[in-house]
Design a binder for this molecule. Structure first.
Ligand code: NDP
Length: 350
């Protein structure tokens, strides 16, 4: 429901504004599309922690030269099922966009495709990267390491990022089943949202700069650390992500981050992506997925991972997206537009 403190924007108009902001910050025309699409997808699907909230960080990183919006990814090696890409200090979404035709061909021919991307900035949710592959019938797994923000388990100082992992599978007769989560109890974006809104976070989410437990979102962000979900189990998954997304790709570890001080900058690391073509494995995959999902729902699960996003996507398409007034003002400013700009592009703003 639209609150008096928000603006309603159509998906198309949001995309136009995000594109304008990235272009204005110096991103090359060929690179704008994949990055804008992921930011818009997050806002459209109700993942506010990685939508417009992140745009200022993308823009800032471009403007100070921390990330290169003009870089075109280079394919550095290719085997029958393994593709290595150097994003050259550009964005992971652009590298994936360039690699996708080759990955699809590999998965078709050999049954497996692996993408190792290095020297890349991510800073967004992962499900937009893999949902399209599952929609084409492929099982997909991806992970991205980010700058050190999460305490080593049993130690006080951050070492790994809040390293996200996402999985997607085709589901017969339905949109893909997709989950996507950070290795931390809360994503850094959610802590940032809490800090912006002056809210405390729950106990167990993070610690302050002295390694002491805190519920203050700003203390966590200001030199503190987030904590892994599930204790040592989440911490171990974050370590796995550092191995797959950095050691294997040739990217930087979270603790090697050298991002400039000041406003939020994008994480510079790597991305691992695995695609498996079920058509090359044993037969009956679709039926087995259906059986599993039926058992989960029969056991009383109210929903599957991804269902909330799909529902929000339908609402956004039909009614537009409610954007908080401060986020909307920031969006217009970054896009170099006045308050009436969206209406001029034909969209509905109220
Ligand atoms: P959430 O805890 O919000 O959600 C994690 C997953 O659990 C989602 O797939 C969600 O599905 C699912 N889920 C939640 N509740 C239920 C339920 N009741 N039943 C079934 N499934 C459920 O995610 P996080 O806060 O951990 O992460 C948010 C985002 O942050 C992710 O998109 C991640 O990629 C991103 N991130 C990015 C990083 C980067 O460096 N680029 C680093 C860390 C995080 P649904 O979406 O439908 O609610």
């Amino acid at each position: 429901m639209k609150s008096s403190q928000s603006k309603r924007v159509s998906v198309d108009d949001l995309e136009a504004l995000v594109r304008a902001a990235l272009s204005r910050a110096g991103m090359a025309p060929d690179n704008v599309g994949p990055v804008a699409a992921t930011i818009v997808a997050c806002e459209r699907d109700g993942v506010k922690s990685h939508g417009i909230l992140r745009l200022a960080g993308f823009v800032h990183s471009l403007k100070i030269g921390w990330a290169d919006g003009t870089a075109r990814p280079a394919i550095t090696s290719e085997t029958a099922s393994l593709l290595s890409v150097d994003a050259r200090n550009g964005f992971a979404q652009v590298a994936l966009d360039v690699a996708t035709p080759r990955l699809l061909a590999m998965a078709e021919a050999s049954g497996v495709a692996v993408l190792l991307t290095r020297n890349s900035h991510h800073f967004a949710a992962l499900w937009p990267d893999i949902e399209p592959f599952a929609a084409r019938g492929l099982v997909a797994l991806t992970c991205v390491n980010s700058k050190k923000r999460m305490a080593a388990w049993g130690g006080g100082r951050p070492v790994t990022g809040t390293n996200a992992i996402a999985f997607a599978t085709p589901r017969p007769g339905h949109p893909p089943l997709v989950w996507d989560q950070s290795s931390s109890v809360l994503s850094q974006g959610d802590v940032l949202l809490a800090a912006n809104e002056g809210r405390a976070v729950a106990p167990g989410v993070g610690c302050d700069a002295f390694g002491q437990p805190t519920t203050s979102a700003s203390d966590i962000l200001d030199g503190g650390a987030l904590l892994p979900f599930g204790g040592s189990k989440g911490a171990s998954l974050a370590v796995m992500v550092e191995i797959l997304a950095a050691a294997l790709t040739g990217g930087r570890f979270g603790f090697e981050d050298q991002s400039p001080a000041g406003p939020t900058t994008t994480s510079f690391g790597g991305q691992f992506l695995l695609l498996i073509n079920p058509g090359r494995a044993q037969s009956g995959f679709d039926e087995r997925v259906s059986v599993l999902v039926a058992a989960i729902l029969d056991a009383g699960a109210s929903r599957l991972p991804g269902d909330r996003r799909y529902r929000q996507r339908r609402i956004s398409a039909a009614e537009g997206i409610d954007v908080d007034a401060p986020a909307y003002a920031s969006l217009l400013s970054l896009a170099g537009r006045s308050g009436g700009a969206v209406a001029q592009t034909g969209g509905q703003v109220s």
